[in-house]
Design a protein around this ligand. Structure first.
Ligand code: SAM
Ligand code: F3S
Length: 419
């Protein structure tokens, strides 16, 4: 769904003698898919209209909020942020709402915030039963053509990119026709082809669905060393009764057998997940089953949320008599358990050598660098005199200290990079 309005004549910009690049401020909420969409929006706006990005809304000619509607709080945040930039309309600034709230709310946004000029969603609406609003806002699953993906990755590799993330909701449900043949590739085969592209050293993907986690995909972990030793596989709950009410399509046992098969081929793989606490009808017993699953699997850093009823989803109409205080207590307990796992896993890295992709200056100190391990942990380290040359490189670091949310390391001298 999309609506567009032209600015009123009294908000038109005065003509300028020297052309000055127009500026766009894009604020992104939600998932990595939205971050990707925001990058695309910036590219399109630059190519078509000459807009340059600015980090300051006060400097912008166009302000875009790329929104998320997965939880009510995220959605409401958009309206409060819109209120905060409303005064800039006086300068003739255009304001747009993109993304999943735009798709979900459509013209209702303009009713509530009449100063909004543009509303556009990621895709058309497509109705599926689920607690989650994403299928309603993102639309029908679409697989990008096989060659398209490979050409994009090869182009990135040519620019020196070493690590790629294949992105999509249910990304492992991807299927694509291979060229002119009648053969249909599945996600495992796509991974094989991506791994063959020269220059690509690491492959990640997110977010995958347990229902599409095929034995072929498990086997890919045995055969493709470039697939990182980390998997984010949202389970949402550990009680079959609740999984059924969520219409997830698998049982806790089925999820556990997928993990068991995976650990057979990658014994030390780190696993993270998403959890929803306080789904309508969740009892202490159900919650206990979720905690048992968490203890058994030993998840690494994960995301957990209290259920947020989303308008238009069947789950929003389910009877829910668990008080919020109880739900919050359960969430706290779950998060404390996972946090303890995270610390244990981090501590086990001390003294080991980890290969990291150096991303740039450390957030903690500009004099240091930061990189990421395969299992997505941030490592801060002193790059020494070779710092400038290390950015964008894969290097080995020895972990000297495990901190609550990052690791510290020191470079293991690698003549090919440092020399
Ligand atoms: N593709 C993922 C899946 O099907 O498992 C869903 C990804 S969704 C963008 C991110 C996470 O938000 C979900 O995994 C779920 O834990 C959480 N979430 C979705 N709907 C929610 C709701 N109504 N209330 C609370 N959390 C929700
Ligand atoms: Fe992502 Fe939020 Fe949409 S999680 S798919 S931006 S509802």
């Amino acid at each position: 769904m999309s609506t567009a309005r032209t600015p009123s004549p009294d908000t038109a910009q005065p003509a300028q003698a020297t052309p000055v690049a127009k500026k766009v401020y894009i604020r992104t909420f939600g998932c990595q898919m939205n971050e990707y969409d925001s990058d695309k929006m910036a590219d399109v706006l630059r190519a078509a209209e000459g807009y340059e990005p600015t980090p300051d809304p006060e400097q912008a000619d166009l302000i875009l909020f790329n929104t998320c509607s997965v939880r009510e709080k995220a959605q409401e945040k958009v309206f409060s942020d819109l209120g905060r930039v409303k005064h800039l309309k006086k300068k003739g600034v255009l304001i747009g709402v993109a993304g999943c709230v735009a798709s979900q709310e459509g013209a209702a946004i303009v009713e509530r915030a009449p100063y909004v000029d543009l509303v556009f969603g990621p895709q058309t609406l497509h109705r599926l039963p689920s607690y989650c609003v994403v299928p309603y806002t993102r639309g029908e699953e679409v697989s990008r053509p096989f060659e398209d993906v490979l050409v994009e990755v090869a182009g990135l590799a040519d620019q020196g990119v070493k690590e790629v993330t294949l992105l999509g909701q249910n990304v492992n449900a991807w299927r694509g026709k291979m060229g002119e043949t009648d053969e249909i590739a599945d996600f495992a085969l796509l991974l094989e082809y991506v791994a063959e592209i020269p220059g690509i050293e690491r492959i990640r993907y997110t977010t995958s669905h347990p229902n599409e986690f095929t034995p072929r995909l498990v086997q890919a972990y045995a055969e493709i060393p470039k697939l990182v030793n980390h998997l984010h596989l949202p389970v949402q709950h550990g009680s079959d009764r609740i999984l059924m009410a969520m219409k997830r399509g698998y049982t806790a046992l089925q999820y556990k057998s997928t993990i068991r098969a995976l650990r057979k081929v990658r014994p030390d793989i780190s696993l993270s997940s998403d959890f929803i606490v306080g789904f309508p009808g969740e009892t202490e017993e159900d919650f206990g089953k979720m905690m048992a699953l968490i203890e058994e699997i030993g998840f690494d850093s994960s995301f957990s949320f209290v259920f947020s009823p989303r308008p238009g989803t069947p789950a929003a109409n389910l009877a829910d008599d668990t008080p919020l205080t109880v739900k919050l207590k359960r969430l706290q307990h779950l998060q404390a358990t996972i946090e303890a796992n995270v610390r244990r896993i981090s501590a086990s890295r001390e003294g080991t050598v980890q290969r990291i992709l150096v991303e740039g200056p450390s957030r903690k100190s500009a004099a240091e660098l930061m990189g990421r391990t395969e299992c997505n942990r941030i490592v801060n380290f002193d790059g020494g005199p070779a710092s400038g040359r290390l950015v964008g490189q894969m290097i080995d670091v020895r972990i000297t200290q495990a901190l609550p949310h990052s690791l510290r390391g020191e470079v293991v001298v690698d003549a090919s990079v440092v020399g």
